[in-house]
Design a protein around this ligand. Structure first.
Ligand code: ZN
Length: 325
């Protein structure tokens, strides 16, 4: 049997623009698409706190993005594709003594008994002079219930996932990041597309990979949740798109959507990277909520009142784990 640590891994060193250059670019892009916006370089507050709820306090140190598995494994219904965030951390040469992995993926169907959306949010650390690892796992998943409604719950008990994931990884240390605010959408692009378009305008084909967290505190958002697997593989990706269930999720009432995001701009040199992947969850004192899944865009009905608040950082490396052959 092949161990998860033996999966094929590809690695690419990026030479990203400075945070200052990125902030200038993203500021210009946001101003075209939102009536009020800013992108500055700041050190975030402790991101483990509300409203961000990350498993680690920051997004700095040994930054890298990784795409694990592939969308085609869902199309083929390849249920042999099982992964583990802890193994991924080793495969992509993360700091063994501290790390944070956040992003968007497919839930561990082999643990949960059905398919789901996953919001990986996993930190580990080993204190100096100790060999005991501490883990903080604030991963959530969103699934369809038998009545067709959504259930979003914490999944602290496992670091497993299936099929695919796009992850932004770092030491989880607190340090300078891109601080982005955008309010009242005036253009056609969604929040992540606005950032991608800005980077493309400024830097053309240069591959730039960023990731982080944003909260949507006002407005309604189009989110999809995957149903359980069908009995047979899909005909093609279009058939998958038809099978997904879409919901308008309201972010008001003091229940912001927390979105974990990875995106790329530029030419990936034939790697076939997924250019954007963002999953969201709601944190609640109850055991679950009815809001979470795959972020698409804020809906036009609430574009005047929609409000985004983000902390992002730029990756130094891109990794691909277990790509299709
Ligand atoms: Zn997704």
């Amino acid at each position: 049997m092949t161990s998860e640590d033996d999966l094929p891994v590809k690695k690419l060193f990026l030479s990203p623009p400075s945070l200052a250059e990125l902030a200038t670019s993203i500021s210009a892009g946001l101003s075209i698409n939102f009536s009020s916006s800013s992108c500055t370089i700041e050190t975030p507050p402790d991101l483990t706190l509300s409203p961000f709820h990350l498993a680690g306090p920051g997004l700095t140190g040994s930054t890298r993005v990784v795409e694990v598995g592939d969308r085609s494994y869902l199309v083929k219904r390849d249920l042999t594709r099982k992964y583990d965030l802890r193994a991924v951390a080793r495969q992509i040469d993360m700091n063994p003594s501290t790390g944070l992995l956040i992003g968007a993926g497919a839930g561990p169907f082999f643990v949960l008994g059905q398919n789901s959306e996953l919001m990986p949010n996993f930190a580990y650390g080993i204190a100096a002079g100790s060999d005991v690892e501490s883990v903080r796992n604030r991963t959530h998943y969103a699934k369809l219930k038998p009545d067709g409604s959504v259930q979003c719950s914490a999944l602290p008990s496992t670091s497993d996932f299936g099929l695919m994931a796009n992850l932004f990884c770092s030491d989880g240390e607190v340090g300078p990041c891109l601080h982005i605010r955008a309010k009242s959408r005036t253009g056609a692009l969604n929040f992540t597309e606005t950032i991608q378009q800005a980077l493309k305008t400024s830097f053309g084909d240069k591959l730039i990979s960023v990731g982080g967290v944003f909260v949507i505190t006002s407005g309604k958002v189009d989110v999809h949740v995957m149903p359980d697997f069908p009995a047979q593989p899909f005909k093609d990706r279009a058939a998958v798109a038809k099978w997904l269930r879409h919901f308008d999720m309201d972010t008001g009432n003091g229940e912001p959507l927390v979105c974990l995001s990875v995106l790329h701009s530029g030419d990936d040199g034939g790697w076939g990277l997924r250019v954007e992947h963002t999953h969201c969850f709601t944190e609640s004192s109850d055991s679950h909520t009815d809001k979470g899944g795959h972020y698409h865009y804020d809906v036009d009905d609430t574009k005047d009142t929609v409000e985004y608040h983000a902390w992002f950082n730029v990756a130094e490396y891109v990794y691909r784990v277990d790509p299709p052959t």
